[in-house]
Design a protein around this ligand. Structure first.
Ligand code: PEP
Ligand code: MG
Length: 567
């Protein structure tokens, strides 16, 4: 049995679909001209057919404009200039794989050297097509998530947010990744989709083969490859119990989130797309506490989503939430979240680099489009806008000023904008937590992003399973930062929420209640479990416990104390 990090609860049992990009190393080599020309012709025909197939499957989900990318790829495979140069090299005695590599590399370098952003991006298309063609020349299988047509458990090194976006949720029973921690984006996506997933499972790629049976236990982090009949029975029974408990929570859907002694908090849901609202409502959340809008940008094909496209998405969410608060986070791109159509310059530490609000304040054209879309949508519900990765008061003031400027512009243009929009910020950089009382003079609210706050406080990459032990939400240092942030907000009469994974952590909730957190925002699937717990606790007792927790020395001490109280 292998051990990884449990994320979303539940257990998946099924057949392994191994999602691994083949590593290809091509060396210069000569071969038989006639045979190699045939290899190339066959590979070109197969590549053509493969792209047609992918296009056909994607047609159901993509617009005409988005599908055009496949036509561009087809044109490239059939481009006589591109294929003709390869044939020339083969006629000079080279093997087909080497000819494909040399000619493709030349074309990529040529496009990348051009100033025009459009042509620069075409280099990525050639890379895509030539990779597919090379694999077909060598007879190497390319795993394709969109080609899955039966129920499977995906095994991968890591699933990026755009991989997860391609998944057919009905056929993906669960997944297991080699790398990643509790707050890596693949883990967060799994939680929001309600798919059992275990991440950071060292050894899974070496041990699991395509087609093996596998058990992925996302309650305790167990992964069993080719289980025995007894093991399947044991884990099936465990899953049935888990599902039964989940079902029993449904009676709490319409209840308030209030402690036994009457202290009321809000439990909100985190969403990545407008479709996720359905689950938020189904689980009786009291609002949306975090709308990660970057998924709108990651799903957009061929360029940034337009103002109108964004307006439609925000409007739907606000309308569907029927007057309950929706906190929309402005674009948080960079770090591990990349866009197909935007080139980030190489940085040594992308998580500490050009991302989120830093990028938006530098590229105001991109930022303004999003803000205008949000302001226009604001009349359809209760909108709160929040900026990610704020480190300094000036960053917050600049971002807020841009919102107010666009509001004025829209009104001048004759558009309606709500007068009740709250403008707040995420507290996910320790500098902001420490200075929270000053920020609170300008921000309407805070939402603590513990995924990043813990990563930056502990100097421990949230993507790395090697340092995953430093993800310690209950470390007294983190609790003190959280307390500073909450107190900072309250000192100016503002509210403070939390939208990092810590908010939905059953061991953290009692402490957060005691620290005075006003809003807990989490994956929709955790809402009812948290509400049940809050209803069974006394706020006054939790206040005493939280004070004690902040005076502890270690995360283990706090954990023990909470477990004792929960007994
Ligand atoms: C966080 O950092 O806690 C957060 C909610 O943002 P993200 O996970 O998207 O970085
Ligand atoms: Mg963050």
């Amino acid at each position: 049995m292998l051990k990884g990090i449990a994320t979303s609860g539940g257990i998946a049992i099924g057949k392994v679909f191994k999602y691994e990009t083949p590593v290809i190393d091509i060396k210069e080599a000569k071969g038989d001209t006639t045979a190699e020309l045939k290899v190339l012709e066959d590979a070109l025909a197969k590549t053509n057919a493969d792209i047609e197939k992918v296009k056909e499957r994607a047609a159901a989900n993509l617009s005409e404009e988005e599908l055009a990318i496949f036509d561009a790829h087809l044109m490239m495979v059939n481009d006589p200039e591109y294929t003709g140069q390869m044939k020339n090299m083969i006629n000079d005695g080279y093997k087909a794989d080497w000819a494909c590599k040399v000619i493709s590399d030349q074309m990529i370098a040529m496009f990348e050297s051009l100033e025009d952003a459009y042509f620069k991006e075409r280099a990525a298309d050639i890379r895509d097509v030539s990779f597919r063609l090379t694999c077909n020349i060598l007879g190497v299988q390319i795993p394709d998530l969109t080609a899955i047509d039966e129920e499977v458990v995906i095994v991968a090194n890591e699933l990026t947010p755009s991989d997860t976006a391609q998944l057919n949720k009905k056929l993906c029973l669960g997944f297991c990744t080699e790398i990643g921690g509790r707050t890596s984006h693949s883990a967060i996506m799994a939680v929001s989709l309600g798919i059992p997933a275990v991440v950071g499972t060292t050894g899974i790629l070496a041990n699991a083969k395509h087609g093996d049976m596998i058990i992925v236990d996302s309650i305790d982090g167990d992964v069993v490859i080719n289980p025995t009949k007894e093991e399947i029975e044991k884990y099936s029974a465990k899953n049935a119990k888990y599902l039964e408990e989940k079902e029993a929570l449904k009676v709490l859907v319409n209840e308030e989130s209030q402690s036994k002694d009457g202290h009321k908090i809000d439990i909100a849901g985190n969403i990545g797309t407008p479709k996720d609202v359905e689950n938020v409502i189904k689980n009786g959340a009291e609002g949306v506490g975090l709308y990660r809008t970057e998924f709108l940008y990651m799903d957009s094909k061929g360029g940034f989503p337009t103002e109108d496209e964004q307006y439609e998405a925000y409007k739907v969410v606000l309308e569907d939430m029927k007057g309950k608060r929706v906190v929309v986070r402005t674009l948080d791109i960079g770090g591990d979240k990349k866009l197909d159509y935007f080139t980030f310059e190489e940085e040594m530490n992308p998580f500490l680099g050009y991302r989120a609000i830093r990028l938006c304040l530098d590229r105001k054209d991109i930022f303004r489009t999003q803000i205008r879309a949000l302001l226009r949508a604001s009349i359809y519900g209760k909108l709160a806008i929040m900026f990610p990765m704020i480190a300094t008061v000036n960053e917050f003031l600049d971002a807020k000023a841009l919102v107010l400027e666009e509001k004025e512009n829209l009104i001048k243009e004759g558009q309606k904008v709500s007068d009740e929009i709250e403008i707040g910020m995420m507290v996910e950089i320790p500098a902001a937590a420490v200075l929270a009382d000053e920020f609170a003079k300008y921000a309407d609210f805070f939402s603590i992003g513990t995924n990043d706050l813990i990563q930056y406080s502990m100097a421990a990459d949230r993507m790395s399973e090697k340092v995953a032990y430093l993800y310690q939400p209950l470390n007294p240092s983190i609790l003190r930062l959280v307390k500073m942030t909450i107190d900072g907000a309250h000192s100016q009469g503002k509210w403070c929420g939390m939208c990092g994974e810590m908010a939905g952590d059953p061991l953290a909730a009692p402490v957060l209640l005691g620290l005075g957190l006003d809003e807990f925002s989490m994956s929709a699937s955790s809402v009812l479990r948290t509400r049940k717990m809050i209803k069974e606790l006394n706020y006054s007792d939790m206040k005493v416990m939280a004070e004690k927790a902040m005076k502890c020395h270690t995360c283990e001490e706090v954990t023990e104390m909470v477990k004792e109280v929960l007994k």
